[in-house]
Design a protein around this ligand. Structure first.
Ligand code: NAD
Ligand code: DAU
Length: 350
């Protein structure tokens, strides 16, 4: 079996669902269930023998040791993290705790477990750490895209803690020979995306008749990748990546935030028209995010050249599927937007 951390979050849960739909190999899903972890996403796996869920904090060394000993996974795919940049600006401590101390604790537990495996299992074992393009910092309009050799220059508490996590993973390969792999991916979007992030927040607000808050001038650029394309990239890297290597994952879809929100409004106008006017009328420009990175762009040629991976979805097909999914799954949104979520949104956008 494989052990997945953070498998109740947005990308982790999509990965678990994707893995089990294509694969007989069971998943041990280790998640603390923070505000961002939602078992509602995994409802379709209830009763499945292939999915074992453990509510465990990755900072709890004894609990991780126990799980590794009991389930003897052949690989670990590490998604668990605090992931929202705005929250890292308001309260960085949780980010240091999970993204740095948590990754360190997991690495120590995995190193001890891996060190005792028989030789054949030891060399086949892999630990894949799921990271972000944000560790590379911010690009100017004419700068080349981030490559695997771009120096790290993180700018937010979130990206700084992800960079620290990546450095620890790198050091555990270099120093102890742990067979690690790292992926650095751009902005994901798709089903089960928690509505604190740009795309699901805008869909949710638009449908509720609320304003669509764009930070600054809306000209910040992100590269967007449909989440199942990220999942397929992770599967490829896990199976065929070279230990110690890092792989950039991106969608070849650079868009300004304003373009993204306008496209979402146009899709909603088509799929769920308002009685009068367009959703674009709800767009509002608000105070910028402190330290807001201007542009991210990913060169994913290495993954294509070495492992033959390319995204299947275009931005147009992926975004249409996403909007339709949110229209069809309003009950999921209602389930996950707890009192804690409403408190955060109320404070942040006050
Ligand atoms: P998410 O916030 O939706 O989910 C994170 C999950 O981790 C949640 O289920 C949460 O309960 C769990 N978790 C948090 N702290 C934990 C702890 N201490 N122990 C165990 N579980 C814990 O995040 P996401 O968007 O799914 O991102 C997953 C990973 O991918 C993260 O490492 C993130 O940095 C990385 N990433 C995200 C994106 C993106 O666009 N969302 C892009 C590139 C990389
Ligand atoms: O690049 C990968 C990263 O993408 C991941 O590592 C992070 O975990 C993930 O959260 C995401 O980070 P961003 O900060 O890019 O995502 P977010 O959805 O928060 O914001 C996307 C852009 O939209 C960013 O430029 C800020 C802007 N934005 C966001 C929100 C929530 C707004 O203009 N208004 C908003 O209300």
């Amino acid at each position: 079996m494989i052990l997945v951390t953070g498998g109740a979050g947005f990308i982790g849960a999509n990965f678990v669902l994707d893995w089990l739909s294509a694969n007989d190999e069971p998943v041990l899903n280790v998640d603390k269930l923070t505000y961002a972890g939602n078992l509602a996403t995994l409802k379709s796996l209830e009763g499945s023998e292939k999915h074992i869920f453990a509510r465990v904090d990755i900072c709890d060394r004894a609990a991780i040791d126990k799980l590794l000993a009991a389930h003897t996974p052949r690989a670990v795919v590490h998604f668990a993290a605090e992931s929202h940049v705005d929250r890292s600006i308001d309260g960085p401590a949780a980010f240091v705790h999970t993204n740095v101390v948590g990754t360190f604790t997991l690495l120590e537990a995995v190193r001890a477990y891996w060190g005792k495996l028989p030789e054949a299992e030891k060399s086949a074992f892999r630990m894949l750490a799921v990271s972000t393009d944000e560790v590379f910092g911010s690009l100017g309009p004419q700068d080349p895209q981030f490559s695997e050799t771009t120096p790290y220059a993180p700018n937010s508490p979130y990206s700084a803690t992800k960079a620290a996590s990546d450095h620890l993973v790198r050091a555990y390969h270099h120093t102890y020979g742990l067979p690690t792999l790292t992926t650095n991916c751009s902005n994901n979007y798709g089903p089960y995306h928690f509505p604190e992030k740009l795309i699901p927040l805008m869909i949710t607000n638009a449908l509720a008749g609320k304003s669509l808050p764009i930070y600054g001038d809306g000209q910040n650029v992100r590269d967007w990748l449909y989440v199942t394309d990220h999942c397929s990239a992770i599967r490829q890297v896990l199976e065929r990546g070279t230990p110690g290597e890092t792989y950039n994952v991106g969608g070849w879809n650079e868009k300004t935030n304003l373009e993204v929100v306008q496209t979402l409004c146009d899709l909603l106008d088509e799929l769920k028209p308002k009685a009068e006017g367009s959703y674009r009328e709800q767009i509002t420009f608000i105070k910028d995010r402190p330290g807001h990175d201007r542009r991210y762009a990913i060169d994913a040629h290495k993954l294509e050249r070495e492992l033959g991976w390319r995204p299947v979805e275009t931005f147009e097909t992926g975004l249409k599927k996403t909007v339709q999914w949110y229209l069809d799954n309003q009950s999921w949104v209602n389930d996950v937007t707890s009192g804690e979520y409403r408190k955060w949104v109320g404070q942040h956008y006050a």
